[in-house]
Write a protein that binds this ligand. Sequence first.
Ligand SMILES: [Zn+2]
Length: 313
Amino acid sequence: MPLPGSLDHINLYLIEDSDGWFIVDTGLGTSETQQAWQQVFQGELNNKPIKGIIVTHMHPDHIGQAGWLTEYWQVPLYMSTGEYQQASKAYQPYTKTAAKEALLFYSRFGLEPSTANARSESWLNFSWPIAPLPSEYIAIKDGDELAIGQYHWQVVVGSGHSPEHICLFCEELNLLISGDQVLPKITSNVSIYPSDPEANPLANWLDSLQRFYQLPKETLVLPAHNLPFLGLHFRARTIIKHHEENCFFLERACHKPKTGHDLIPVMFKQQLNTFEWVLAIGECSAHLNYLIYNQRLERSISDQGFYLYDRAD
Ligand SMILES: [Zn+2]
């Protein structure tokens, strides 16, 4: 299904049951995506209905059409509780408290007042392309098994990119539907959000990637972006290494006190557009929090109210 921007697509999956199909992930809540779904319904379903919608996690390209699809087919939504709750919270109109939290977050990061204001407004004013969510869902969790057709799909949960991200592993077919947890070319965003500035999602992310070593090495991975691939263990290791390198370079750059804003070029060399800036600040903060929790950096507050990061030695 189409996405705007350089990552121009998302892969969605259909799993065939004896009397229908399950959809895994739904695409953005745009009319373009709905038209693409209509084509699938007309050409791909062998006269069998859709039986349920499984959403790996709460990001707009995955959950965007969940409300429309469940309504269209009158079928349940299957999600983890962590993702459903986060989605219900994240896609509400913003409150005054959220605006305050965002401004403080960007100010602490080291942005000048006018830039901090602009960044927090751009964050609060994103209009996420999402159809209204269904008010009910069926909770699935780590270790659950879904029997679909003659196959069994084990739910494997990761965390860090989002709170309780579902992957589906089928031992009989040796297939892993990995969502955004393990992608072949890009690394998923691991971010701090203004509403939870002291979180440590990178620790969860690195821990949960380790779990994928327990699945067979030769599993064929069906990711949400780019092509299916072999080499799950190698890819998980490469992603872990990428974050470890970022941490190493951040730590090295903090030989004297630096703000988060000073440290952005350590992780991001390219020009960033408004949306990428917001993601970059979130991701840089996630690495800085991780280093603080691991006592590799210390944090203080400058006279101007910026956080300053300094090597702990
Ligand atoms: Zn995602």
